[in-house]
Design a protein around this ligand. Sequence first.
Ligand code: ZN
Length: 831
Amino acid sequence: MKRLSLSFLFATLSFVLFAQTLQSPDQFLGYPLGAKYSRHHRVVEYFKSVAAAKPEMVKVEKYGETNEGRELMVSIIASPDNLKRIESIRLNNLQMAGLAKAGSGLADAPAIVWLSYNVHGNETSSSEAAMKTLFALVDPSNTATKEWLKNTVVIMDPCINPDGRDRYVNWFNSMVGTTPNADPQSREHIEPWPGGRSNHYNFDLNRDWAWQTQVESQQRIKKYNEWMPHVHVDYHEQGYNEPYYFAPAAEPFHEVITPWQRDFQVLIGRNNASYFDKNGWLYFTKERFDLLYPSYGDTYPVYKGAIGMTFEQGGIRSGLAILNKNGDTLTLLDRLNHHYTTGISTIETSSKNQQRLVKEFKQFFEDSKTAKSSEYKTYVLTSKDENKLLSLKKLLSDNGIESGTISNKGFKGFNYFTGKEESFVDEGLHLAVSAYQTNSVLARVLLEPRTKLADSNTYDITAWALPYAYGVKAYAVKEKLDVNTDAVSATAIVAANSNYGLLIPYTSLNSAKLMAELLKKGVKLRYATAPFQYKGKEYGRGTMIVLKTSNAAVNWNAIANDACQKFHVQADAVETGFMDKGMDFGSPDIRVINAAPKVALISGEQSSSLGAGEIWHFFDKQLEYPLTLVNANDLARFNLKNYQVLIIPDGFYRNLTDKPTTDKLKDFVRNGGKLIALESAAEQLSGADWGFKLKENKSEDKGEYAALKKFADQERNALTGSIPGAIYKVDLDNTHPLAFGFPDFYYTLKQDANIFEFMKNGWNVGVLKKESYVTGFSGVKVKAKLKDGLLFGTMGMGAGSVVLLADNPMFRQFWENGKLLFCNAVFLAGQ
Ligand SMILES: [Zn+2]
């Protein structure tokens, strides 16, 4: 007993002693940095051990957990004097931005630099570099960093995407031998599907900053907004044959980006370059990585007043060592040293420019609050549907953007839907956003009706205006309207009690979620395929009718009322099947959904991990409806009879059009199944005689010298056929169930030049007519092609149907209105 307690005491003591000794990453990990990949929990433990050893300089804060339960954390590193007053520094900074009322009024506010690592899980060198950077900041023998920390606070997020990182690291560790193989063909360089880039649901977290559809982003941005740093670096890797990329960024820059934000990028770049030059390391700047799309780890901070930058080391797929095209062997150690160097150099540049950084940060928000340089002073969104406005309000609020109501409605503005200056027409409910507010710049970028492009060669989509994404009528107004931001509570939902049935409107995604919930709980549903009137009230197509009839076995009234509360939809009680106008409930035009359809999604190798992931996440996290993911490789083997709906997402499928697969899929449809094909899956099916065809490109230049093109113009020429993501207006046949809940139009985010010929034996539900381009970059050849064709359609075949969705309504899950279209495809179309 005595022995035991002694040894216990010894163990405790040695732990305390151990915890108080500052260790380098090599000492802590037990191997030299770069010798192998460190799993995520070891990176976190290293940060905690440094915080325990240097509590006067380092704090760690957990800010959340990933889908797979891994810890998300930041570390705050400051001089002992600054760490003592760190809360005053934080509040003072928020006050400068206009985000906190009472700050401490610090005269010597330090610069705040935030370094984010490993957002893409298989760009793995950066979390290793994070450990080295942390040590350099606290290492007593490093006097330079101590000098910089006198006026600079550093915040490090060692890994934004732990699930992705560990997916890669665990896989790589299981593939590599004692000696890494630098041969690019070796299996350790060929990562299997879905790769470690994305998070658990295969979302790209570097496209999710503004939309915050993923738990990692939601939790991180909360933390980010508590700090509002002055400089933000997002660490990445590019292909291993590339050298290093750092700021200044490439054109296009969004026009809201200030001269100072541009200039400081150059200062950072020059200082980084001086270190790289000393070592003979290559790099490039001003190319490829632009500053436009607002949901990146560089642009988002820029639109929030920081200098936001992406740094890219060559390294994807390189494992521990790889032979690149220059005949050099690139190692993990090289990669992490380069990232370490730019991190240290960025902190140095920030420290040397601390006063200017703080001053310009403050100025950015002063200009924001006075709506300086903003053409539009107020944005007013209006809808009959409260839920659409509420979900928009939530997105704005998650981004720190205030919204509210106006009382003056006698104004003119740019009408997003007509593209003209018009008098405001109130749809019944509205939401107003003033440009006179702290986060005015981000508000403007997210809401502006037309993206201005200085240069059209960009890395991502070029249009994202929220009114189009949410399908909400909006006006951009040049005059300042008084916006009252006092909280208005949402309309309360009143229970509807009836012994006969309930009528539930079908007007937004909330209605579709409600429908899924009822089906999941075993309620049999009816829905109207034509409008009708009851007690003087008009009910539109898609209205859900829950009747006691057919539902005797379940507590239908309570289930439906609970679901109405949960999804904020007001139901009406109905006491008879005899309607004032239109069909009665016994009419054949009232459709019945007898049972919850069983849905399968093609996933795995061959499918696009992003495309499949969006649908998986939607079912799992938003719809909360069961979904079976099946591997595309098993398509020939698995039994389709178990499902009513089969979804094929975007992908590069090997066998989708061969005879056995085509026969199997057609059998499935003829026997009553529904096949939903999205994007390239729809394109591939069109090659196998399903009854729909892609439109051919007929606008090719056939002049005598058409083949003669100037070498230097190749990039420009390629742009004429490019459409990185632009908004088009789709004409909808909203009498068809695929378009229930919509007006007779829908705005689509067009990302390719694909368009189908009108179906002769199907329903052309969503089509592009002649003038349907709205905003964003669309090359001249693409513009010429994208008209008079089909984007969304259905076709009956035997007892079943095929639904074709040429564009992805689920894209990054921020195109809120598309989710309703998708639910219609799954639950209503072809029913
Ligand atoms: Zn990346």
